[in-house]
Write a protein that binds this ligand. Structure first.
Ligand code: KG4
Ligand code: ZN
Length: 338
């Protein structure tokens, strides 16, 4: 089955053509980062307008790159939520109109379900597995027993990990989005230079908190008497990243152990982080678990990641009808299929 996937939940307009929920024929992403960078974060109204401008171009490019004509498309998968409501509506309305026009079924997919199943396009882990979903809006640990079968084990009580990266980058004057910049700078810094806190690390649950680390960085920067030079900035970045990576890896491994799971999937934009990837690789051997990461292009927001769940729901006949609406918040547990 040839499925056209459309994603527009935040600041990337994306479309992909996926064959049989496995093969990526195209994966086109139009980033709005330049538009939002000058405001230091995503401006929802601007995001919606940019999606409107880009969506047909992106869809046409995805079809062209895949070498597929529009009438060969047999189903459509689209992100229904969670995300920015105006942004989501652009992708969803387009998907609904196309499904109606082409007379093909529509699957309305949860954004985080896409992230979690992105790795299944490349190196599918067997079920069950533990998923650490880390992005700009989410830091969640899920037990995944199959497609559509998710149980939240823990989540952030305040900032998401990606949000903390972005806020720390902003306060260090490194621009937006900050995750990739901090990652790059951290490679030249000393991760032990500053002892930032590891919130919730020793609590027996699987929840996270990142706003305290961010505040600790702010207080540290405010206390500095001298202007912060290049090496000092790299040390702050490395020490901040080290604190986040330690909390994420240790709590995830503890959750896997407590659930008796031997496979861990790390997904979402923060899964690009080189420190996180290296630490999980090191610890996986010691803890006897296998850790799966999507390739970097499938970590951040993209439409190919919708391919596995969309194909599954379309084959199962779980169609969304034309009255389906976008949702800004939506828990993954509530879509459990038996
Ligand atoms: O999944 P994503 O593209 O969008 C959301 O669904 O939020 O994730 C974006 C987040 C941003 O906060 C960005 O700073 C972060 O992922 N990010 C990173 C890296 N690359 C992107 N964080 C840490 N290290 C990176 N290399
Ligand atoms: Zn995302």
């Amino acid at each position: 089955m040839l499925v056209l996937c459309i994603e527009s939940s935040c600041d990337e307009t994306a479309a992909a053509v996926i064959r049989d929920g496995r093969e990526i024929l195209s994966n086109v992403i139009a980033s709005q980062v330049d538009v939002h960078a000058r405001y230091g974060g995503v401006v929802p109204e601007l995001a919606s307008r940019q999606h409107v401008e880009a969506i047909s171009v992106v869809i046409n490019s995805a079809l062209e790159e895949a070498g597929v004509s529009i009438d060969q498309i047999e189903g459509i998968g689209v992100t229904r939520g969670p995300g920015l409501i105006g942004a989501l509506l652009v992708g969803l309305s387009t998907a609904k109109a196309m499904a109606w026009m082409l007379d093909v079924p529509l699957a309305a997919v949860h954004h985080m379900e896409g992230h979690i199943l992105a790795t299944s396009l490349e190196n599918p882990p067997d079920f069950p597995f533990l998923a650490l979903a880390v992005s700009g809006g989410h830091t969640h640990l899920y037990r995944v027993d199959g497609i559509g079968k998710y149980r939240t084990l823990g989540q952030t009580l305040d900032d998401a990990a990606g949000e903390a990266f972005d806020k720390v980058a902003k306060l260090l004057g490194l621009g937006y989005p900050g995750g990739a910049v901090i990652d790059r700078l951290a490679q030249a810094g000393n991760p032990e230079a500053i002892a930032f806190p590891r919130p919730m690390l020793h609590r027996p649950n699987f929840d996270f908190s990142f706003s305290g680390i961010k505040t600790a960085v702010l207080q540290y920067v405010n206390k500095c008497q001298e202007p912060i030079g290049e090496q000092h900035t790299a040390d702050i970045a490395a020490s901040f990243q080290e604190a986040v990576v330690e909390v994420l890896t240790r709590k995830t491994l503890r959750a896997a152990e407590s659930e008796g799971l031997e496979r861990i999937v790390v997904a979402g934009g923060v899964a690009c982080n080189s420190g996180l990837r290296t630490r999980f690789d090191e610890l996986s051997v010691k803890h006897g678990v296998k850790v799966f990461f999507p390739s970097p292009i499938l970590c951040g927001d993209n439409a190919a990641m919708l391919g596995v769940p969309a194909n599954y729901y379309l084959e199962k006949g779980c169609y969304a009808d034309n009255s389906v609406n976008a949702v800004s918040s939506w828990t993954l547990d509530s879509i459990c299929l038996d």
